[in-house]
Ligand binder design. Structure first.
Ligand SMILES: Cc1cc2nc3c(=O)[nH]c(=O)nc-3n(C[C@H](O)[C@H](O)[C@H](O)COP(=O)(O)O)c2cc1C
Length: 827
């Protein structure tokens, strides 16, 4: 029952129908009639009340259903009670929070915050409640099952008709999805921003210039390198057109049209890769060699709307590369070995010169110790070199020996310098090595030639004087012989002396042959024929134990030598070979055409001129020669044979013959293996034809008036005695000047017998020339122990005159004189 006033109360009365009925109960003393009236009234009003009540409840139910149909949470708290307890929540609230209404009524709504207190949203609501105003706050709430959600709470105060705050109405909205989306968007934005910063940082650390251009070639983005490269700054960047910043040229210097610029090509959709162009900056005029690559950036329609251009400045690099290439080419093309090694002696670089000199390829020796090419006895030298290098010393032009891959020992001139790093610390050594083996050989050849030349001159000089003395001896013996025709004892002595003198003359001839003063009469001759002749001649001398094999080039052209002297030289060599093979062996003779190059040792040593020569080699399989013997083999009187077995003049004569003939000779010998003598002789076709003065024998066979010219008075005397014997009128002169005087005084002189070498500034040839100028018909005989003088002049027409070899004997002299008179003058 609900008390309405002191006399009136409302009480529910259970009736037949399902619903309870409410009755108003009055406490008043009444008459039965009045009571009846009152009761009827009361029933009536009770019915009215009931109706009202019913419709109010209906209304409430309707409103509840409306509230429950709303998709947002609705909650109502009683503002008149402490801590605003909830008095109503709709079903959306229940669904959102997972709590049933009965569980939340009477509780403050903060329980939804779980343990997460002090949120900004909660503080805001607290303030709004205190200030009885509307507010909106975002709060993190927890469902009954513990799952969190974002609750967008709209709170409004409710005032009754008297203006009293009675309730707070909350509208709750689950905005978890929106918040999460927003958060992830924010996150993404932050990520994007970060990525952009990172990208820019990466771009800025790039050495290459990177520029992004729009379709109008305007720069929309660039890195720091690009700013430097193009001379731009972020400030000047906006709307800067790349075409305003530089001109582009091809590496050959031709201007690159704008529509062919890599960026223009990229905007047409092409990729450009490392295209080399020269960029000339408009602001500074500086030209930069750049490698340009581009990549178009496509829009959704697949059309390029931006282009990324990468410029790599290779100016310096190309300079370095060029310099490096140039240097590498120099090092590679050098004939010298250019090597580097570290401080442990390990090879770090090895050029092709080194490959040629040492025989090791770079691949074989890089990383190996340089000691590989150092002979065992010189290992200590390498220690010293490395010590010096560590101290920073340079070793210049030392001459030393090294060993090649094939084990040969070569002579090297070495310069070794320390290699330093950027801080000046010695980290290794560079070596420049020049192979001087050939030079050494050349020097030794030259030395040998010079020695032989000196010995030759000395020998020649001695032989000449000796020859003159022999002339006197032979002449006087001739004369003495005639004075003692009846004295047998005296004649015997004279003959013995004559024999000795002949032997002496033979010796001097050989000495003169060595000293290249032999009387040679070179003519075109066949080398092969001479070889055959000598083989035939020597077969008996050599004997059957030695096999003679010949390989002669049949196409060998004619040589220009004195064939007799050649055969004598060959015989000499054959006999030497025989003596080297006392137990038999083989003698090989080979002839061939040889080309002598300007770079070859004989040409370098001045022995030969470059060109074609006939080469002949005579090899034996005999005892060979030691190095020491080989060095002296050509020296006159040098012999390894027993005293009475050789004169030591054989090889000396061969040497003199070959040299005098304009050729050169070499000996190669290995003790125990044999010896090869090789010599080159000039070809006839390379020698100009000598001018030959034809002679005809006269019918007349008589003698006439003779002038003898000689600075040796003894020889003059002997010639005079011979001429007396021939009953010839004769005059004498001791030099050219006195001879010319005599001729001027005695026009009857028909023949001049003149020595070639004379003091007084005029030799025999010059004298003859002068005589022939005034007396062209004059007959001339030259006398000389130096037939080489005649050879030297062999191209002179004067050579038409005979040469009487000194020392001459009576018979030779007389023959020469008679032949001269028998000869007719030149036609
Ligand atoms: C009608 C009404 C509805 C409310 N709805 C929520 C709600 O859904 N979630 C929430 O965290 N707080 C809600 N609050 C706020 C808390 O109940 C409380 O007022 C707030 O946390 C401030 O008080 P405090 O500082 O003591 O926690 C609501 C308050 C009222 C009056």
């Amino acid at each position: 029952m609900v008390l309405v006033s002191d006399q009136e109360a409302m009480l529910p009365v259970p009736l037949d129908d399902a619903d309870d009925r409410w009755f108003c109960v009055l406490r008043r003393p009444l008459s039965s009639e009045a009571l009846g009236v009152q009761l009827r009234q009361m029933i009536r009003s009770a019915r009215v009340m009931e109706n009202r009540y019913r419709s109010a409840v209906d209304e409430l139910h309707r409103i509840r259903r409306i509230f429950d149909s709303v998709p947002v949470g609705i909650s109502i708290a009683d503002a008149t009670l402490p801590d605003e307890p909830l008095v109503y929540v709709n079903s959306a609230f229940e669904k959102m929070t997972g709590y049933r209404a009965a569980e939340v009524y009477g509780r403050n709504c903060r329980f939804l915050q779980g343990s997460l207190r002090g949120q900004t949203g909660a503080l805001e609501i607290r303030e709004a409640i205190a200030e009885k105003r509307e507010t909106r706050a975002l709060l993190k709430n927890y469902r009954k099952d513990g799952i969190s959600f974002w609750n967008d709470v709209l709170l409004s105060p409710f005032f009754d008709t008297s203006g009293q705050l009675t309730h707070f109405v909350g509208i709750q909205n689950d905005v978890t999805q929106e918040v999460d989306a927003k958060a992830s968007l924010k996150h993404m934005e932050r990520d994007l921003e970060e990525t952009q910063l990172q990208l820019q940082a990466i771009l800025d650390t790039m050495h290459d210039a990177v520029v992004v251009l729009d379709r109008g070639q305007n720069i929309v983005k660039m890195n720091e390198s690009a700013a430097r490269f193009l001379g731009l700054s972020e400030r000047t960047l906006s709307s800067k057109n790349v075409e305003d910043t530089f001109e582009a040229y091809l590496p050959d210097g031709s201007l690159l049209p704008r529509d062919e610029w890599p960026s223009a090509l990229a905007l047409k959709g092409h990729f450009v890769q490392d295209s080399g162009i020269v960029i000339v900056r408009k602001d500074t005029g500086k030209s930069i060699l750049a490698e340009v690559s581009t990549a178009p950036i496509l829009n959704q329609a697949g059309e390029p709307y931006l282009v990324t251009v990468y410029y790599r400045d290779v100016t310096e690099q190309s300079d370095i590369v060029r310099a490096h290439t140039r240097l590498a080419a120099i090092v590679e093309s050098s004939d010298d070995a250019i090597i580097s090694k570290d401080l442990h002696g390990l090879v770090t670089s090895w050029n092709s010169g080194a490959e040629k000199i040492f025989g090791y390829t770079a691949g074989e020796i890089l990383g190996q110790s340089i000691r590989l090419v150092i002979p065992a006895d010189l290992q200590r030298e390498e220690d010293e070199i490395l010590e010096g290098i560590r101290r920073g010393d340079t070793v210049e032009h030392i001459e030393t020996r090294r060993r090649t891959k094939s084990g040969d020992i070569i002579h090297l001139s070495l310069t070794i310098s320390p290699i330093r790093d950027a801080n000046g610390k010695v980290i290794g050594a560079s070596k420049i090595g020049r192979d001087i083996t050939e030079r050494r050989r050349l020097e030794s050849q030259l030395h040998q030639s010079q020695k032989l030349e000196a010995v030759g001159q000395l020998t020649g000089g001695v032989a000449h004087d000796f020859n003159n003395l022999l002339g006197v001896i032979v002449g006087n013996l001739d004369l003495l012989e005639r004075l003692v025709p009846d004295n047998a004892g005296a004649l015997k002595r004279v003959r013995t002396a004559q024999k000795a003198a002949e032997r002496g003359a033979d010796l001097t001839r050989r000495l003169l042959a060595f000293s290249r003063r032999d009387e040679l009469r070179p003519t075109p001759a066949s080398l092969n024929e001479s070889v055959h002749n000598v083989i035939a001649l020597s077969a008996r001398l050599i004997g059957p134990e030695i096999k003679i094999k010949s390989h002669l080039d049949p196409s060998l052209p004619a040589i220009f030598v004195d064939a007799a002297a050649l055969e004598s030289a060959l015989l000499n060599l054959f006999l030497n070979a025989r003596d080297a093979m006392p137990n038999g062996g083989s003698l090989n003779i080979m002839s061939e055409l040889r080309q002598v190059r300007a770079s070859s040792i004989p040409v370098q040593a001045g022995d030969l001129q470059a060109g074609s020569y006939a080469g002949i080699s005579i090899s034996d399989t005999g005892s060979g020669m030691s190095k020491e013997v080989l060095e002296r083999a050509f020296e006159p009187f040098f012999t390894t044979k027993k005293r009475d077995q050789g004169t030591g003049l054989g090889l000396a004569m061969v040497y003199g013959f070959v040299k005098q003939s304009g050729g050169t000779i070499r000996i190669y010998s290995e003790p125990g293996f044999g010896t090869t003598v090789t010599f080159f002789l000039p070809l006839a076709e390379t020698i100009p034809e000598p001018v030959v003065v034809p002679t005809r024998l006269a019918k007349r066979n008589s003698v006439g008036v003779v002038l003898v010219v000689d600075d040796e008075l003894d020889l003059l005397e002997i010639a005079a005695a011979y001429l007396d014997g021939m009953e010839c009128t004769h005059f004498e002169a001791v030099d050219g000047a006195s001879a010319l005087e005599r001729i001027a005084l005695h026009p009857e002189i028909e023949l001049v017998v003149t020595d070639v070498i004379m003091p007084g500034g005029m030799n025999g040839f010059e004298l003859a020339e002068k005589i022939l100028q005034v007396r062209p018909e004059m007959k001339i005989i030259y006398c000389s122990g130096f037939p080489e003088d005649a050879l030297a002049e062999r191209r002179s027409p004067l050579m038409g005159a005979p040469v009487l070899r000194k020392p001459y004997q009576h018979v030779e002299f007389e023959e020469a004189v008679r032949e001269a008179f028998a000869r007719e003058e030149p036609a």
